[in-house]
Design a protein around this ligand. Structure first.
Ligand SMILES: *Cc1c(COP(=O)(O)O)cnc(C)c1O
Length: 394
């Protein structure tokens, strides 16, 4: 396919990266193959020497995965990418591939649970020091810098209380000391926030969330400039094997085609639901990055193109109210997943964040009455009626 660089994002998400076989298929082909055959021994030698750019083995690269990686690059404005089997494979590879014993990482403390485990527990096992800071205040990142600081890591908005971190500010600090900034951009979605434009060096996604967006398969992706990938990720990726299944790469490619439609509808629903909840007497607090009353509305406006698809709320009645409300919902399903076409709700204190110490949960504002809503693409009026019914009598 000729270059799609000049095309707008929605068009790139339909056509970007497509590479058709000799059959001229309309939809992308699934190359469900482990290996590739060579025409001759000389051809195999040339491929292994890198003189011929063809495929060798699907742990390294695969034509369907290649289409997914290229489409992600087109959307994100990245030079290169590697697709992984899950979001956690992407985050752990993005960190481990560039760190060694004696290095130091500074990370915002409000992180997806498994990301926090990687930074707080796994990295130190290999001699990598890590400092977790309150990411709402940029000066905390600066104060945590040591002579051996190599990587900054953050997600924004954060899970589940939707705090935001000043990405451009952290990128500037990283550049001042020659460190790299890795951004987990899942909650914002690729459409609502462009970390590379804000100065991030590496962007990682759980494609399980909005990119699939239909609850089917796990996946992830790491994007950066070609030099960083060649020097840090290329060998790590080939030899540790976090590779994505080509079948899942195909599912994710199809997900990308409808991503803007879904995220637009989810964001519209989130806006309406947040406005409804904000006025409800059973609720003490609604946190939505698209609302003027978000504690960091100014940073949201600066770095996000919209409030995105998640809403956090806190019920006056604590855990009993949160449980009673969840049990009365009919349209909105109870699930710890997010980014799905179906609206989902979770109680972080007893599910996704149950492993954190009480104190760490309190630091992050995850009280017993906090719920996280991931908005789907249903009719907003049905979602509001469902919530209204579930909140009645609390
Ligand atoms: C889900 C998620 C991950 C992990 O992704 P998996 O695909 O479940 O491995 C990492 N970061 C954030 C912010 C997530 O929401």
């Amino acid at each position: 396919m000729t270059s799609t660089r000049h095309l707008r994002p929605a068009t790139q998400l339909v056509h970007g990266g497509t590479s058709r076989s000799g059959f001229g298929e309309t939809s992308e082909a699934i190359f469900l193959t482990q290996g590739f055959v060579y025409d001759s021994a000389e051809a195999a030698e040339a491929r292994f020497k890198g003189e011929d750019p063809g495929f060798i083995y699907s742990r390294y690269a695969n034509p369907t995965n290649d289409m997914f990686e290229k489409r992600m690059c087109a959307m994100e404005g990245a030079e290169d990418a590697r697709a992984t089997a899950s979001g956690m494979a992407a985050i752990s590879a993005a960190l481990l591939c560039q760190l060694k014993a004696g290095d130091h990482v500074v990370s915002a403390r409000a992180l997806f649970g498994s990301c926090r485990w990687v930074v707080e527990t796994l990295l130190p096992r290999y001699g990598v020091e890590s400092t977790l800071v309150d990411g709402r205040d940029l000066t905390n990142f600066e104060a945590a810098i040591r002579p051996n600081t190599k990587v900054f890591f953050l997600e924004s908005p954060t899970n589940p209380t939707l705090e935001v971190v000043d990405i451009a500010g952290v990128a500037k600090l990283a550049n001042q000391i020659g460190a790299k900034l890795v951004v987990d951009n899942v909650f914002a979605t690729p459409l609502m926030q462009k970390p590379f434009e804000l100065g991030a060096h590496i962007v990682a996604y759980s494609a399980t969330k909005h990119i699939d967006g239909q609850g089917r398969c796990l996946g992830g992706v790491i994007l950066s400039d070609k030099d960083w990938i060649d020097e840090n990720l290329h060998d790590y990726f080939r030899h540790t094997g976090p590779s994505l299944s080509p079948f899942n790469a195909w599912t994710l490619l199809k997900g990308l085609e409808t991503l803007p439609l879904r995220v637009r509808q989810q964001t519209e629903n989130a806006t309406k639901v947040a406005d409804f909840l904000a006025d409800h007497p059973a609720i003490t607090r609604v946190i939505y990055p698209g609302r003027a009353d978000h504690p960091q509305a100014e940073i949201c406006a600066r770095q996000m193109k919209g409030g995105s698809t998640l809403v956090a709320l806190e019920l006056k009645g604590g855990k009993p109210a949160a449980f009673a409300m969840q049990n009365k919902l009919e349209v909105i399903k109870l699930s710890n997943n997010l980014g799905d076409t179906k609206s989902l709700i979770t109680h972080p204190a007893t599910t996704t964040h149950k492993n954190l110490a009480e104190e760490a949960r309190a630091e992050l504002g995850i009280g017993p009455g906090v719920l996280r809503l991931s908005m789907g693409i249903e009719d907003a009026d049905d979602l509001i009626e469902d919530l209204d019914h579930a909140l009645s009598g609390l």
